[in-house]
Write a protein that binds this ligand. Structure first.
Ligand SMILES: NC(=O)c1ccc[n+]([C@@H]2O[C@H](COP(=O)([O-])OP(=O)(O)OC[C@H]3O[C@@H](n4cnc5c(N)ncnc54)[C@H](OP(=O)(O)O)[C@@H]3O)[C@@H](O)[C@H]2O)c1
Length: 271
């Protein structure tokens, strides 16, 4: 009797061309995962594919713009190629710093399309098959910015608050079905993020490497944690903000995201 062929199982990583997504790709490839990588930068994805394949990994790439219907294309391609997505990492995202009223609406909308819309769509596409199989995991990349309102990066922080709350709700809905949903909440991480946001790298801020963030995430996944805040200083900040009146927290966030940046950008006086 011949048994049906077992479909290849993959981890799908969005935003794999830079930073945290690229670090996920390297660490998961080292663990033997087959990968489906996506982002807009086809050249960077190809380079990463060549490098990881040279190390013996099976890597597929799919360049797509998540602000322009990319999520549906990715889901269709995975289905057409018969790939079982066992681990979905909704990592792609970007920020825009500044006064809400001054940031073009198109940019804010695109941010929501990538940070929320694509995450929602890919989760909706890949969660039902995971549940049917009774196994799988989804990592939603949020941010410590999602734990409080953040003036001067208001839409970004609100999008990450959605990611956090949505993920926790899905964690509870799906844990009896063998599917683990986890929110990964990094703090400042040394990636292409600041360049993409058009903002300066925060000077003097505690900064993690993307490799350390991913290591914490994979440890949290193995322990089936619902939320991973990477790095103890970030965990301490979140804990403190939970204990303070909300108004104070908003003032403090305004200082962090505007006043502090302005101070660090003020040219030093010549004596
Ligand atoms: N770095 C931080 O300090 C920090 C802190 C907390 C949370 N995070 C979160 O971590 C995640 C990864 O960010 P990162 O720090 O690794 O930043 P990054 O180095 O700028 O990487 C962002 C990734 O998202 C992809 N992306 C952006 N817009 C896209 C679009 N329209 N369509 C498809 N892909 C798109 C980028 O690829 P292409 O440009 O090639 O499309 C890139 O691969 C984000 O969700 C971010 O919000 C970052």
């Amino acid at each position: 009797m011949t048994s049906a062929p077992i479909p290849p199982r993959y981890a799908l990583i969005t935003g794999a061309s830079y930073g945290i997504g690229e670090a996920f790709a390297r660490q998961l490839a080292a663990q033997g995962w087959r990968l489906l990588l996506t982002a807009r930068s086809a050249d960077r994805l190809q380079r990463l594919q060549r490098e990881l394949q040279a190390g013996g990994s099976e890597i597929r790439i799919f360049p797509a713009d998540l602000a322009a219907g990319g999520a549906a294309q990715i889901a269709q391609t995975a289905a057409a190629q018969g790939l079982e997505i066992e681990l979905l990492i909704n990592n792609a995202g970007f920020g825009a710093g500044g006064d809400f009223s001054q940031i073009p609406l198109d940019r804010q909308r695109a941010m929501l399309d990538v940070n929320l819309g694509a995450l929602l769509e890919l989760t909706h596409a890949f969660l039902p098959p995971m549940r049917r199989r009774g196994r799988g995991a989804i990592i939603q990349v949020g941010s410590v910015a999602g734990f409080q309102p953040a003036p001067y990066t208001a839409v970004y922080a609100a999008s990450k608050a959605f990611v956090l709350n949505f993920s926790l709700a899905l964690w509870r809905e799906n844990r009896a079905h063998g599917v683990h949903v986890m929110a990964l909440c990094p703090g400042y991480t040394d990636t292409h993020f600041f360049e993409a946001a058009g903002s300066r790298r925060p000077k003097g801020a505690w900064m993690q490497t993307p490799e350390a963030v991913v290591k914490a995430a994979l440890r949290g996944l193995a322990r089936r944690q619902p939320v991973v805040i990477s790095g103890w200083p970030n965990r301490a900040v979140v804990l403190v903000t939970r204990c303070l009146p909300r108004r104070w927290v908003v003032h403090a966030a305004a200082w962090v995201f505007r006043e502090r940046r302005e101070l660090s950008e003020t040219p030093k006086k010549e004596h």
